[in-house]
Unconditional design. Sequence first.
Length: 352
Amino acid sequence: MAGSELAPATDTLLREGAVIPAHPLALTAERRLDERRQVALTRYYCDAGAGGVAVGVHTTQFAIRDVGLLRPVLALAVETVRAAEARSGRRMVKVSGVCGPTPQAVAEASLARDLGYDLGLLSLGALKDATSEALLAHARAVGAVIPLFGFYLQPAVGGRVLDYSFWRGFLEIGAVRAIKVAPFNRYATLEVVRAVADSGRGEEVALYTGNDDAIVADLVADFEFGPGRRAAFAGGLLGQWAVWTHEAVSLLDRVKASRRNGGKDVESLLTLGHQLTDANAAFFDAKNAFAGCIAGLHEVLRRQGLLAGRQCLDPKEDLSPGQEAEIDRVLHAYPHLADDSFVAANLDRWLR
């Protein structure tokens, strides 16, 4: 199979909709890779029922590329997922982040393909001044190496504005198999979804929400833009789903059941969605322009015992003032969103 083709079974799983956590980075107190806990995190996602993992992405910290950790982190994850697949007989989608100017992005795509990743999540943040035509040429070059998972990353954490015309052009690239929509902006989200609806590829390109502030709102209903112009989100590739993953799988199952039953349960799902957005505001540090978003996720995982600490590669990156109190508040308010019991019952096995 060519490097830019997606296995049919993986394509089906992707289009049916899955929980895909954006994988964090486990570090020791000395800010070196903690392999034992990195593997434990991947085992957690596999056993929680996630349909895939995304590694080398924003939540994994883009700076892994600057300290020589990209290959070892990608390799650990794919090896652990393969072992889980062999035990369970259940396929998972393996997504690798792809960043940087075209030569770097092509090299990262080649590495991901050779390690066994299915798709490259294409971040365009490094090309902030490029024209749409240059961005599309960049995407075609990467798409010649690995199937593409488009990525609209919010500008507040390193993304750039990508308009409707860009997405229409992007959808003309045959290697595009999915798009993560994560601008944290309803107007921008609608532009991407409308582009998919207008492209005629809604049945073959899977839409995944990355809007951690609007997860349920994105998932519960189709988007309609006029006769014959519809599109819908299949699942989510989310930093929020890097924590409480077992409950995230249950949530997506409820959403799918609601859609099959004509919207039954949608009111309670939307209420749950508001609660999840409130929790996400604390974890992602929305009050401080998301400065503590990665440390916030680390703090939740630390409290569960999956991580030894919340340290990031950058010593200056930590919780913002008041963020820990906000995390305390939402943990107390929404215990039904958490999967602490599931983690506690399996943690020792994952850490072996």
